[in-house]
Design a protein around this ligand. Structure first.
Ligand code: ADP
Ligand code: MG
Ligand code: ZN
Length: 472
């Protein structure tokens, strides 16, 4: 029989905030040593009270807008109770009854065409701490407790592992470009719910949930393994499928049962009376909307219209810092296609030579724009511009002053060019001879010698033209 795969995802995303969700401790990335970012509140000392981080609400709403959700104007927190050493209060603050966003939708482009995945809800919650096992002891690190998360729950709308990966990559670019999350390793974790059913059937099969995976590669392998296990169970009655929670073992590539699936009742949810309901009024919502970054699709379209290549667009939308540098440079009057090349080819080249990456790039939009505009205005040529760019990236010099000090903007008058070309020709009779005998490549050496003599000043196209004229 042919089977159809049915998958729903619950994705936890760590938010890029400066502080934790309910206290003023630094966010996750601020921590250097275990238990660096811990206070009485986030380590669960008796009598401490949570204070809501406003920025978390704004980022959750922004994510909801990007995923076309309804933003619920009345939103509340609940306690989810369970006992585990990395959860000092013995409950997690999350949202059950009134999540912040509901009923969204995201469109995927796959090899089969476009697919709409419905978003059931997005809710805000705090992360748990981390247990570290060593020797015959276990340690607990509270740096991650109360780090803000959003959990994005989809409807069971995925039909293949490919769709899942496409969705996760889309969320990732969206959240990086929108400043929602840096989405670095471990900051995006997925629970994958899977079932299979005979093709054409309307009813869902028994589902299992594979918990807490953070590598996209592992997620894909886990889905393939689990789907096959379900199909074998249905086709050959190898085992009875039960609704349960499983874990994926990266080494064997298999999934293993962890526990029977908890039901809501197991967690004894109840409203968190320590936190007031949050009311999002029109004024606040409008402000969040006004600050909302463009959706990835719109942004890609805008770059495409400006003539930026698809490969460059991919690089730009997955790197917030670089796309912001481009946008700010364009805002100063530069052409987007040109600026993209300056950043993604020229700046990248200088960085690579110095063994650095875009993360190390500190050029300001103003300095980059100054260089580009000097070229566009015919004040300097690209060779000179490249020298200036290197000096700016490596030593943060002022491009206009550096250009003057080094005579890179020397407007070479045509009589000076003439006399240099004449001299080069008379000093290289062999090359001239070769050229006249049909070896047109010989002109390259003469051109190089002229450029060297002119120290990069003067327009290469003009020099080439004069040289060719004189030679023939
Ligand atoms: P629970 O409350 O038990 O966690 P939810 O309704 O919140 O269940 O669903 C959790 C996730 O499981 C959602 O992403 C949903 O799309 C997915 N899901 C639900 N039923 C199925 C199914 N039969 N097969 C695959 N995924 C499913
Ligand atoms: Mg659930
Ligand atoms: Zn704290």
């Amino acid at each position: 029989m042919k089977y159809e795969l049915v998958i729903g995802l619950e994705t936890h995303v760590e938010l890029s905030t400066e502080s934790k969700i309910f206290c003023s401790c630094g966010g996750h990335s601020a921590a250097k040593e275990p238990n660096d970012c811990v206070c009485p509140a986030c380590s669960g000392m008796p009598g401490m009270l949570p204070v809501m981080n406003k920025r978390v609400v704004e980022l959750a709403v922004t994510a909801g807008l990007m995923l076309n959700c309804n933003i619920n104007r009345y939103t509340t927190f609940d306690k989810k109770n369970y006992y585990y050493p990395d959860l000092p209060c013995a409950y997690q603050i999350t949202q059950l009854n009134h999540p912040i966003c509901t009923d969204g939708c995201v469109t995927l482009k796959t090899s089969e065409g476009t697919r709409d995945i419905r978003i059931k809800q997005i809710h805000m919650e705090e992360d748990a701490g981390k247990l570290v096992h060593g020797g015959n002891s276990s340690f607990v690190d509270f740096n991650r407790t109360s780090v803000p998360l959003i959990e994005i729950v989809t409807q069971p709308d995925f039909r293949s592992a490919e769709e899942v990966t496409t969705y996760l990559n889309k969320l990732k670019s969206m959240f990086i470009s929108g400043g929602i999350s840096e989405c670095e390793e471990g900051a995006m974790r997925c629970d994958v719910n899977i079932s299979v059913r005979p093709e054409g059937s309307e009813e869902f099969g028994v589902r299992t949930e594979i918990k807490n995976m953070s590598s996209f590669d592992a997620i894909e392998r886990a889905i393939r393994y689990e789907a096959q296990r379900h199909m074998d169970a249905l086709e050959f009655e190898t085992e009875e499928l039960v609704q349960e929670t499983r874990r994926f073992d990266d080494v064997s590539g298999k999934t293993f049962a962890m526990r029977n699936k908890e039901t809501e009742a197991d967690y004894r949810y109840f409203p968190d009376a320590n936190l007031m309901p949050i009311i999002i009024d029109d004024e606040w919502l409008e402000k969040i909307k006004a600050n909302k970054p463009e959706a990835v699709d719109e942004k890609a379209e805008q770059y495409r219209n400006a003539g930026v290549s698809d490969k460059e667009i991919d690089m730009l939308i997955s790197n917030n810092k670089i796309s912001k540098l481009l946008d700010d440079t364009v805002a100063l009057g530069c052409n987007a296609k040109d600026a993209a090349t300056w950043i993604l080819t020229d700046c990248a080249g200088v960085l690579r030579k110095d063994g650095k990456t875009f993360a190390d790039l500190a050029i300001t939009p103003q300095k980059l724009s100054d260089i580009i505009q000097m070229v566009d205005g015919g004040k300097i040529n690209r060779v000179a511009a490249k020298k200036i760019l290197i000096a700016v990236i490596e030593n943060d010099v002022d491009p206009i002053a550096f250009c003057k000090e080094n005579g890179l903007d020397r407007q070479v008058d045509s009589s000076a060019i003439d006399s240099i070309i004449d001299r080069i020709i008379s000093e290289n009779p062999r090359a001239v001879e070769d050229y006249r005998n049909g070896k047109t490549k010989a002109i390259q050496a003469l051109f190089g010698a002229c450029m060297k003599e002119l120290k990069g000043a003067g327009d290469p196209a003009v020099i080439k033209e004069i040289l060719e004229k004189k030679m023939s």
